[in-house]
Write a protein that binds this ligand. Structure first.
Ligand SMILES: [Zn+2]
Length: 155
């Protein structure tokens, strides 16, 4: 028993030192492991952050496109309203008359393309020089043809 006690006393201090060194190494390893895990966590957060930025940028781009489309539509409608306000529709003729000088304009061009296309007068109506639509004049009466007298002696 005494021998064991003596051995313990003899080896006690070096064992404690070795124990301390072992503990130190364990701490170092575990701190390295912590560092590695933190690094992985950091990388994963960086990846999440860059994906969030990409998603955000896509959303911004999408809304920018939508905004531009809405602006274009709004400008078109506003422009169309301003143009249409200059005209009066004549239901009996199916054409538009300009409010300022009563000149005739193509209904189809104005409604479908917001295009102010003046009509050219023809004998029995009006024709569009752009889309070639013809609007007949309901008030047109063809000239009466005088019946030719038959003269058998007339050569
Ligand atoms: Zn037309």
């Amino acid at each position: 028993m005494d021998i064991f006690k003596n051995i313990l006393l003899y080896f006690g201090i070096p064992t404690a030192i070795i124990g301390f060194i072992v503990w130190l190494i364990q701490q170092l390893i575990s701190s390295k492991a912590d560092n590695r895990s933190l690094k992985l966590q950091n990388d994963s957060l960086k990846e999440e952050k860059s994906q969030a930025i990409v998603t955000l940028q896509r959303t911004i781009d999408k809304y920018a496109i939508e905004n531009a489309e809405f602006k274009e539509k709004l400008a078109k409608y506003t422009n169309r309203d301003i143009i249409l306000a200059r005209y009066e529709f004549i239901p009996s003729l199916g054409i538009f008359k300009h409010k300022s000088d009563n000149s005739s304009f193509c209904h189809k061009c104005l409604i479908e393309k917001t295009l102010e296309s003046p009509l050219k007068s023809e004998m029995n109506g009006w024709r569009c020089s752009v889309c070639d639509s013809f609007y007949s004049n309901p008030n047109y009466r063809p000239p009466e043809q005088k019946p030719q007298k038959y003269n058998p002696f007339d050569f």
